[in-house]
Ligand binder design. Sequence first.
Ligand SMILES: [Zn+2]
Length: 86
Amino acid sequence: MSRERTDEEFVAAFKVGTEGFEILSLDTEDEGCFSWSPCDTCSSPLGGTRYDATLCNSGEDRRQVRVRVCTDCAMFSANGVLPSGG
Ligand SMILES: [Zn+2]
């Protein structure tokens, strides 16, 4: 069995998944839906709720990428709350 990720592992994975972007903006209308697809930003392989979001880069190219993120990433990007609740 795989153990739960630590907050440090989560943040490290999140940084890799959002590299090159500054903002993860959640779609406010989206209530999420269950999926077995890995999270687009932290690569969590666990099934769970996924939310539609957009990765934005405020740099010259103003890149935007549509992603589907897990609850951990949604909470972290919206409120800075870590998976452990800290
Ligand atoms: Zn995630």
